[in-house]
Design a protein around this ligand. Structure first.
Ligand code: AMP
Length: 113
């Protein structure tokens, strides 16, 4: 989508630290990391947020989680990591392209802020 920073990254118009990519999913380092490992995992196609998923996206969402598992193992954080999807401005969503944060490599507090 025009003007979407994550679409631009997915289309490789911007160069980023990409850690995974396939035909449907891309993952790259967050530019403002909140933990030693902070990766964003997202669908290549533009979906605004979780509320905009449809039943045809079932496989895509599963794939994103399998990518998260693969990266957690590669980064050796499989004993302590978290996946977060902020939905809506008040929940902290600042980019309107569905994405999942994979955070790990340090003790993660609960409840989150
Ligand atoms: P959220 O606040 O849940 O929408 O998450 C957006 C995340 O994207 C934040 O953690 C930002 O640091 C990150 N971010 C925004 N722009 C970029 C970018 N160009 N490259 C990498 N990470 C970005």
């Amino acid at each position: 989508m025009d003007g979407c920073i994550f679409c631009e990254i997915a289309e490789k118009k911007l160069h980023f630290q990409i850690v995974h990519e396939d035909s449907d999913v891309i993952a790259f380092e967050d530019m403002n990391p909140q933990a030693p490992v902070h990766i964003l995992i997202l669908p290549r196609k533009h979906i605004v947020d979780l509320l905009h998923l449809s039943s045809t996206d079932e496989v895509l969402v599963g794939k994103i989680h399998l990518v998260a598992k693969k990266i957690a193992k590669e980064k050796r954080i499989e004993r302590r990591f978290r996946i977060i999807c902020n939905c809506g401005e008040e929940a902290g969503q600042s980019v309107g392209h569905l994405h999942f944060h994979l955070l790990g490599g340090r003790r993660l507090g609960w409840p989150p802020g």
